[in-house]
Design a binder for this molecule. Structure first.
Ligand code: COA
Length: 392
């Protein structure tokens, strides 16, 4: 780039809204899927308040709402659930892959690569039409839990199990990952898991969704966009936080150690996982919902240890940093009570957010404009080229 060009770019940039590191506060596109608002509106999925959806709908209804644009009728819901069960099979190539992954692989790497492979064996992979993309999205919703469960069960020497038509999505997930089903405690756990799936399903232009939309904006296939999103979600500042919160609770171990542990970590300038949010500075409406469920599940399970540790950590963080918990914080309490293996917490997030990602990919395609922002150049001005034999 010549200096003249660089100066013209600088002028162009000067005339635009200020550069914002991390795109903080930047409106990067339009979406009818989700309103993230700290005010009275709160969090809405396609216009519905998150508390209504979490308390009065199932995750299947929310998935349908995000993908199809309206809450399903009873008949639509029956058909959607049947489709989900019918699609819950993996192509042979995926079974071969799952049987050969290196021991100790992170389940998020496995889901990312698994989704990429699903794209290779789908004859419709390149069909980007609206209706086909919805069909592929429903298939991914069915196949991702299987990818996670089969690989986990293989590595841990557990016999394979199949999703069951008489169980809900959340009940099936719990069954596939923990063998729990049927009794009152398992039903209570599945209900809380269902709520957490609803809360995780969609959150506007978060990093992974934005990655999916950038990828989709090149008019590539759905699987490529979802693969980008999974890789982005894995990071501890995003989806990896729920797993990190549980590690923290386990490290703290008891309510007596909680306060000193947090104060010690803050004194070392460590970030406490499960607190803070780029957009929600006054608190996360989803956190209050999952907190109530985590508390009641602690009572049902007769184990209040994790919940008590969490409330102490929350109190110290409020006092010392003025930071409120985000969704990941009390979700970790709930998942610990369900005895879901920790490495599967972020993959569980994928099982839910796949609905939001796919809905965004469809929306991006329906009104596409290639995403191609500019950078503020901070390198050296033009330099004289020195041939190799004259360089010192
Ligand atoms: C999510 C997150 C990346 C948002 O960060 P952000 O908007 O970029 O905020 P910043 O990183 O600019 O932090 C602002 C201040 O709050 C502090 N802070 C933010 N989150 C913190 C946390 N979880 N623990 C301790 N301090 C935190 C920062 O140290 C910084 O303090 P300083 O101004 O004294 O340096 C951040 O809050 C975080 O790292 N949280 C932990 C990971 C997590 O839970 N992620 C899930 C998000 S849903």
């Amino acid at each position: 780039m010549s200096i003249a060009m660089s100066e013209s770019l600088m002028t162009e940039v000067k005339d635009r809204p200020a550069y914002s590191p991390g795109l903080e506060g930047v409106i990067a596109g339009e979406s009818a899927l989700c309103l993230v608002d700290e005010g009275e509106a709160g969090l809405l999925y396609r216009g519905y308040a998150i508390r209504d959806l979490a308390e009065r709908s199932t995750f299947e209804e929310v998935a349908y709402l995000l993908l199809f644009g309206h809450l399903p009728t009873q008949q639509e819901l029956i058909e959607f659930s049947t489709q989900w069960i019918d699609h819950a099979v993996l192509p042979r190539l995926l079974e071969v892959f799952l049987g050969s992954v290196p021991p100790g692989s992170h389940p998020m790497d496995l889901v990312r690569t698994g989704v990429s492979l699903l794209g290779m064996v789908d004859p419709d992979a390149a069909d980007n039409s609206h209706d086909t993309t919805i069909r592929k999205s429903v298939r991914l919703l069915a196949q991702i839990p299987l990818l996670i469960a089969i690989s986990y069960r293989l590595v841990n020497g557990k016999p394979p199990v199949r999703p069951q038509a008489d169980l809900s999505f959340a009940e099936n997930l719990l069954y596939l990952l923990t063998d729990r089903k049927g009794d009152d405690q398992s039903k209570a756990m599945a209900r809380v898991l269902d709520v957490s799936l609803t809360l995780y399903a969609e959150h506007e232009f978060n990093a992974s969704t934005f990655a999916a939309r950038v990828t989709a904006s090149t008019m590539t296939d759905l699987y490529s966009a979802v693969t980008s999103a999974i890789g982005t979600l894995k990071g501890p500042l995003h989806g990896g936080a729920n797993e990190a919160v549980a590690e923290m609770f386990l490290d703290i171990g008891s309510r007596e150690r909680a306060e000193a542990w947090v104060r010690g970590a803050l004194a070392k300038k460590r970030r406490i996982m499960g607190f803070g949010h780029r957009v929600l500075k006054k608190g996360d409406a989803r956190s209050a919902i999952i907190q109530q469920h985590a508390e009641s599940l602690s009572g049902i399970c007769g184990d209040r240890r994790w919940y008590e540790i969490a409330t102490i950590v929350e109190h110290v963080m409020e006092q010392e940093k003025g930071l409120r918990p985000n969704l990941d914080f009390y979700t970790a309490v709930s998942y610990l009570l369900m005895e879901i293996p920790r490495a599967l917490y972020t993959p569980l997030f994928v099982c839910s957010r796949i609905t939001g990602w796919c809905a965004h990919v469809i929306e991006q395609r329906d009104h596409n404009r290639l995403m191609r922002p500019r950078a503020l150049y901070t390198g050296p001005p033009r330099r004289e080229y020195v041939p190799l034999d004259r360089r010192t």
